[in-house]
Design a protein around this ligand. Structure first.
Ligand code: NI
Length: 196
């Protein structure tokens, strides 16, 4: 999940010392180590993820790696399938709060909101998507403890976007056939190196 930001170019040093050139929402990666983000049409993005069963140190360090990969790309959310791991793990960071959702379940949904949505697996692409305004979600943390979250607005949008990833569902599936077709075409062109 990614939030649209104003167009301006800045260069920033990340906590690990990598240098990033940021053009609005587009980041040119000069030197990013760690997990690589899978972009559409990578088939892993369409596979429903399987539940996490082992809550061990390996899981915690994987979540740390996901967190780092998300922050380096200025994302507000990331799901494990986006780094090629088909497991029900998603993270969200918004308004100064970091959420880890393992095996999340949607308990309640209410209202409706529409807003711009982007995705780290569709770099530079944003489109308005309708979502519930408020949700109640149960998820386990890295220790396996179940927690319940009640979130609204953009946080609810981010939760739903990431939970969709765990079912192999992408935000473009909410768009009109025409718009979805245009985005698919653009992404396929990029994949074979014909775009820009
Ligand atoms: Ni996404």
């Amino acid at each position: 999940m990614r939030e649209d930001t104003a167009k301006k170019t800045t260069t920033e040093k990340t906590p690990s010392g990598d240098e990033l050139k940021i053009e609005g929402s587009k980041i040119e990666e000069l030197k990013i180590e760690g997990l690589k983000i899978k972009v559409y049409p990578d088939p892993v993005l369409k596979i429903p993820a399987t539940p996490v069963e082992r809550f061990d140190a390996k899981l915690s360090s994987f979540v740390d790696e996901m967190h780092k990969a998300m922050l380096l790309r200025e994302g507000v959310g990331l799901a494990a399938p986006q780094v090629g791991v088909s497991k029900k793990i998603a993270i969200i960071t918004y308004d100064g709060v970091f959420y880890v959702l393992i095996n999340p379940r949607l308990l309640e949904r209410e209202g409706e909101q529409e807003g711009e949505e982007g995705c780290l697996s569709f770099p530079g692409i944003y489109a308005p998507v309708k979502r519930p305004a408020r949700v109640k979600v149960a998820a386990q943390d890295t220790g396996g403890i179940e927690r319940v979250y009640e979130v609204e607005g953009f946080t609810a949008r981010a939760f739903l976007h990431e939970m969709d990833h765990l079912e192999g569902k992408l935000f473009i599936e909410y768009l009109s056939t025409l718009k979805r077709g245009m985005i698919r075409k653009k992404m396929y062109k990029r994949a074979i190196g014909e775009d820009e």
